[in-house]
Design a protein around this ligand. Structure first.
Ligand code: UTP
Length: 264
């Protein structure tokens, strides 16, 4: 069974500056709870037992969000609905492990930081910018992993114009979604399909071997797509055309639209 999930939270959030200077976007509200709690709900209801948060010293406020605060609990002791929420956050904190990334050296590097904590052959990776409403995408990935015994990536069909903004998957078998290549932000003519890789991955532990061989790119960052491409030559990857509605919380425009959508 897949029981562990990594949630990388150590990025700088530059697209949402200056707001992210003081409050990480993962703690921004989406409906009545934070974006991060939506991600945790998805994990726990899919049977995940431990979540590994990759954070940085600048984002310690994320840790604070989950820590018990006796003064606040006392202040709301006669407001059971609010007290219940505080107690819930503190309770789930026992399932969260905080791991620090010293510098934002890319998503691939963030994942590497969790290496020694991953126990089983497969683990999940969820990016909090991507919220999937209506259906549990993590559950869908786990179902495919059980059937195929392989890594699985969530895929979203995008318009022809949009392929240039995403990592795009190509397939050796279109019907079964067996992936044979991944191209980061291809031009429209070079895109192998219109299926974009979005922020839900179920990965075999061997990804760490490929990540450790990756050289940093132009900006000194280690990218996960490069490591997955190298791994693709040795191990299979399947795509999951998930059923829920995709909400992009990574840009201001996307966040505003997502906020409206989640309240519908
Ligand atoms: P992004 O590259 O989208 O960066 O990271 P970001 O910080 O979220 O936002 P922008 O692009 O600067 O506006 C994808 C995910 O990987 C994490 C981020 O926190 C985000 O969840 N990440 C990224 C890390 O944990 N460490 C890194 O070094 C880079």
């Amino acid at each position: 069974m897949v029981k562990q999930a990594i949630i990388p939270l150590a990025g700088l959030g530059t697209r949402m500056l200056p707001l992210t200077k003081a409050l990480p976007k993962e703690l921004w509200p989406l409906g009545s709870k934070s974006i991060l709690e939506h991600i945790l709900d998805e994990c726990f209801s899919a049977g995940v037992k431990q979540v590994i948060f990759i954070i940085s010293k600048n984002k310690n406020v994320i840790k604070k969000y989950f820590v018990k605060n006796k003064i606040l609990e006392k202040a709301v002791k006669n407001k059971p609905e609010i007290l219940k929420k505080l107690i819930y956050l503190n309770r789930i904190s026992s399932k969260i492990k905080f791991v620090y990334q010293d510098k934002p050296k890319g998503l691939g590097h963030a994942v590497m930081c969790a290496k020694k904590h991953i126990k089983s052959k497969y683990f999940l990776l969820l990016l909090p910018d991507d919220i999937i409403k209506g259906k549990n995408c993590t559950k869908e990935l786990i179902t495919i992993n059980k059937k195929k015994q392989s890594s699985v990536l969530a895929l979203k069909k995008v318009s022809k114009k949009e392929v240039t903004r995403y990592g795009i998957a190509g397939f050796s078998n279109n019907k079964k979604f067996k992936i044979n290549k991944m191209i980061e932000k291809p031009s429209i003519v070079n895109a192998p399909s219109r299926y974009a890789i979005i922020g839900r991955y179920l990965l075999s532990k061997s990804i760490f071997k490929f990540l450790s061989k990756q050289k940093s790119g132009k900006l000194g960052e280690i990218q996960i797509t490069d490591a997955m491409n190298a791994m693709l030559l040795k191990e299979s990857f399947y795509g999951c055309k998930f059923k829920g509605k995709y909400l992009d919380c990574g840009t201001m425009n996307g966040y505003i639209k997502s906020f409206i959508d989640i309240n519908k």
